[in-house]
Design a protein around this ligand. Structure first.
Ligand code: SF4
Ligand code: SF4
Length: 394
């Protein structure tokens, strides 16, 4: 009850109300469980505004397991917490292999897009964004990609429920880097969601089911490592047994510390956004910096409020669009985009959310994954060298 978590909670910063703080939510949950108050719509709304960013858990001196408390509460009251039709559809579709790809494809048909635009603001969110050409996707995921020389092993890419439809550029760029490092890359075309979305949205049974499904599918493969892209997937996937599951960034960094790859100097600084799941769930504090610094003479521009959640938080941007937008504007304002046209973001959920508004801050900016930044700076063999760096020894 010390209140140290309050100033670090994005919803408390936004509403300046105890009921929108970690301490207030814990008190509400306790009062509901002890039947001192009813789980009415108002109480549930205050609790469900929580972004599960875990800034509170990270700072708490008493190690209160806030993440488990909120996950368990949402699971217990799942049927009473009001959710939009769209977020329910996303949760349902993401339990099927490639389910979100189908949903996004339908939602992006011009006539459906038009209807969605006329609907409530929650249906106009970026959660439905897909920029990819279905034919290109189909062709890309039908293949496997072999290293040209100095083969060191094989990796499988875990693209999860959203990667193929919304983060294809990052996946393609990872293939380039991994092949250059001597790894054959295997990408199973039919993939399941990691279950994180369900775990944090009151569907723990579905989350366990998805974990079992992933265990079954991934253990059939003979790859040396399974690499995931989204830090949000990492916490769940690292529960898989007898499989070497790693963040693609960690894997590439550890290889770059052992091998020589050559990168060009960038022609501008880069801004860096780190997701809450990276900061507070994976807790790989220096990873993004170490990886980006493998490129020579790179200058990283930080947010002046790095721990502030961008407001995406899975499907929160659909269910609470005003809250989500307010946090997004605060987050984007925390960067100086006058110095760069590149924002590096480690999580596709944040990237899609930020894309919805970033042109108001810099119309020329691109949002890319750290691995895509490396791929852009990579000196491909036989290209005239501009600048060369050797083994990354950060
Ligand atoms: S998880 Fe984030 S939004 Fe939720 S109570 Fe903690 S700090 Fe606040
Ligand atoms: S959750 Fe931790 S930091 Fe927040 S009020 Fe309770 S003890 Fe203090």
């Amino acid at each position: 009850m010390c209140g140290m978590c309050l100033p670090n909670c994005p919803t408390y910063q936004l509403y300046q109300s105890e009921t929108e703080s970690p301490r207030g939510r814990i008190a509400l949950i306790q009062a509901i469980n002890q039947q001192q108050i009813k789980a009415d719509a108002t109480a549930l709304l205050h609790i469900d505004h929580c972004l599960s960013c875990l800034n509170c858990e990270t700072i708490c001196p008493s190690k209160v397991p806030y993440g488990k408390i909120i996950d368990d509460f949402r699971n217990q009251f799942n049927s009473s917490i009001k959710k939009s039709y769209l977020s329910r559809a996303i949760l349902k579709q993401s339990t099927k292999p490639n389910g979100l790809e189908t949903l996004f494809h339908i939602a992006n048909k011009p006539v459906i897009k038009q209807i969605l635009r006329l609907g409530p603001s929650s249906l106009k969110t970026t959660a439905l964004q897909t920029t990819q050409n279905r034919a290109e996707i189909k062709a890309f995921y039908a293949g496997s990609y072999s290293a040209a020389e100095n083969r060191r092993g094989e990796v499988t890419l875990f693209t999860g429920c959203i990667g193929k439809s919304s983060d294809h550029d990052t996946i393609k760029d990872a293939v380039v880097i991994l092949n250059s490092l001597g790894f054959d890359v295997n990408i199973p075309p039919q993939q399941y969601c990691c279950g994180a979305l369900h775990q944090h949205n009151g569907q723990q049974q579905q989350a366990s089911q998805l974990l079992k499904e992933n265990q079954l599918q991934l253990e059939k493969l003979k790859s040396d490592f399974i690499l995931f892209f989204s830090p949000a997937c990492g916490e769940n996937l690292q529960q898989l047994e007898n499989l070497a599951v790693l963040d693609v960034r960690s894997f590439i960094l550890s290889e770059l510390q052992q091998q020589h790859l050559s990168f060009k100097k960038p022609d501008q600084p880069v801004a860096l956004h780190e997701s809450c799941s990276h900061r507070n769930r994976l807790k790989l504090k220096t990873l993004n910096y170490d990886l980006i610094n493998c490129v020579p003479d790179v200058h990283i521009l930080d947010s002046n409020n790095p721990s502030l959640c961008c407001g995406a938080s899975g499907i929160q941007s659909i269910d609470y669009p005003e809250q989500s937008q307010a946090l997004l504007q605060a987050k984007l304002t925390s960067f100086d985009f006058t110095q760069t046209n590149i924002l590096i973001s480690d999580n596709i959920g944040c990237s899609l959310h930020m894309k919805s508004s970033i042109s108001g801050y810099n119309p020329n900016i691109e949002i890319i994954h750290p691995v895509s930044f490396l791929a852009r700076q990579l000196n491909i063999k036989n290209q005239p060298d501009t600048e060369v760096t050797h083994k990354c020894d950060t």
